[in-house]
Structures are given as C-alpha cells and as structure tokens.
Design a binder for this molecule. Structure first.
Ligand code: NAP
Length: 268
C-alpha cells in the first residue's frame, strides 16, 4: 500500500490537509490519533488536530464543519470517537461534504456502495477487503460469513463481498446458532467487539479469518477471535493488534489523497 499512497501523493502538487475533530479529551482516541498523524506525515499530508470542549453545543460543531466544507485548503474531515452524549454522531457525520468525507460515512458515500466501489469507502470495511485481495483469497463463489452488522463495518463488508460474488451470510445478535454458520464458511469476517466470540472449534479447516474486533483486556489488546485456537484451524488469520488496524489507517490516508485529487480535478 505504501507505493500506492506515494504514487497518489506524487500526482498532487499542492499541500493536502486532513482535519481531525475531537470533542472533549479521550485517552482511547489519543492512540488512534497518534497513528493517524504518523501515517499522514509519512505520506505528506498535513494532519490538523482540532479539539473542541466536551460541552461544545452541537450547533457550534456543525458550524466548524461548514467552515471546513467550504475551505479549499481542507481536503478531508475526520471525526474522532467517542463523542459526548449530547452530540449525535450521525448528524455530525452527515454534515460533512461527501467529497471531504474521508471516513466514507456520509449517507451519500454509504449509498454509493450499493453501486459498487465508492470513491471514498468506509475505511475499516475497505481495509478488510484490501487484506483479502492482497492475500489472493478467491472470493467468487466463496461462502463468506460476516459476524456483526454495524453500518460502518459489517454491512459495507457484506456488500463488498457480494460485489465479488461471494455467497454472504450476515450474523448478528438475532442469529440462533453462530457456530453453525461460521463452521461452513470459507471466509469469516468478525466485527463485534467481544473477545473470544469465535473459537477454533467454530471454524472450518482452512478458513480465512479477518478479525476486526478490538478489545482491551487485562492481557492487552485482543480481537474477537481466540487467536490461539483459531490460528490452528485457519489457513490465514489477521492478528490483533497489527492486522486490520494499520491497514484501516492506510485506507484513511488513501481516501484523503483521493479526495485531494478529486478536488484538484474539479478545479481545472
Ligand atoms: P458496533 O457498532 O458495536 O457493532 C457491533 C455489531 O456486532 C453489531 O452489529 C451487533 O449487533 C453485533 N453483535 C453483538 N453481539 C453479537 C453476537 N453475540 N454475535 C453476533 N453479532 C453480535 O461495533 P463496530 O463499530 O462495528 O466495531 C466492531 C468491532 O470492531 C469493535 O471491537 C471495534 O472496536 C472494532 N473496530 C476496529 C477497527 C479497526 O480499524 N481495526 C475499526 C472499527 C471498529 P446488534 O447491533 O444487533 O446488537
């Protein structure tokens, strides 16, 4: 991906700015922001951190977003989570101009997933697909099980897999027998946020497992899959940390470069 990012950057000859908005202060977001800043600097993107106070009214947040929407020097707008309870993340996200929505979460960018690959895809879902592509996993005709159906991760991944002609099953809290589904899958993508949800005995021998979950436990950060048992059965499995996370950050940078490129093309 490094070469892809360098190549995209080399085609744009003006400064590129990504604004990162944080409301209040969150130690958990600090780690993500450090990684994002480092990745941005590595590819020549200016990472501008803006922190508004925790009690900032929602209308004030929206005013900031409007200013960035119209600022030609801003190419991407990133919203850090969590947000204070009085802020509706959906309203904030929907307010971002679709062409600067580098997280791919506005209704427009989400909607374009139905028409196949959007310019700005949701980063984690795109990262999971990038890992499958780079691992040369044959998606056409594969039985794919996605565990978790959130708007930003599970649903877009299910749609992307469908575009590749996988036969997709989506599991969620209403699923009666999770193991019955995962056991017959060639590809298992897990995005729930429950450590140890999927264990080796729930997988088919030789399955490919993409573990998106992030769980902080007394033993450190782990995914949703029990790595010790799953890795004995799976042909390939992404580790946590160090698997989907860094690729998600790389996709965020790619989206920012794509947004900057689109803005440049629109201005000529
Ligand atoms: P989310 O919005 O909380 O969604 C979790 C999903 O899991 C929901 O669809 C939920 O269903 C489903 N679920 C809950 N319990 C389940 C169970 N027992 N069996 C099957 N499905 C179940 O979380 P998210 O934003 O999608 O994130 C999921 C995980 O990925 C989290 O651990 C998050 O930290 C991690 N994540 C990682 C990255 C990365 O870059 N690596 C990025 C984003 C998120 P209901 O809605 O029906 O309850």
């Amino acid at each position: 991906m490094r070469d892809e990012l360098r190549n995209l950057r080399s085609r744009i000859d003006h400064p590129i700015r990504l604004v990162s908005l944080e409301i209040g202060e969150h130690p958990s977001a600090a780690v993500y922001m450090r990684n994002q800043r480092r990745a941005a600097e590595n590819v020549g993107i200016e990472f501008q951190e803006v922190r508004l106070p925790a009690d900032c009214p929602q209308a004030e947040v929206l005013r900031h977003i409007e200013l960035w929407n119209f600022d030609e020097d801003v190419h991407g707008i990133l919203v850090q989570r969590p947000m204070p309870d009085h802020i509706d993340v959906r309203i904030i996200q929907s307010h971002i101009a679709a062409e600067k929505d580098v997280e791919g979460m506005t209704p427009w960018n989400m909607g374009t997933i139905l028409y196949r690959q959007p310019d700005l895809a949701p980063c984690t879902a795109a990262a999971a697909m990038k890992l499958l592509e780079k691992s040369e996993v044959d998606l056409q005709g594969a039985e794919a099980v996605v565990v978790g159906h959130s708007e930003i991760v599970g649903k877009p991944i299910a749609m992307f897999l469908l575009h590749h002609l996988s036969t997709v099953t989506v599991c969620h809290v209403g699923t009666r027998d999770l193991a019955a589904h995962t056991k017959r899958a060639d590809i298992v993508v897990v995005a729930v946020g429950k450590a140890g949800l999927v264990t080796g005995d729930m997988l088919r021998e030789g399955a490919v497992v993409v573990d998106i979950g992030i769980n902080v436990t007394p033993d450190g950060m782990v995914g949703d899959c029990d790595f010790d048992t799953c890795s004995k059965v799976a042909a390939q499995i992404t580790p946590v940390p160090g698997g989907v996370g860094p690729v998600t950050v790389a996709i965020l940078m790619r989206n920012t470069l794509v947004a900057a490129g689109l803005a440049e093309a629109a201005s000529v």
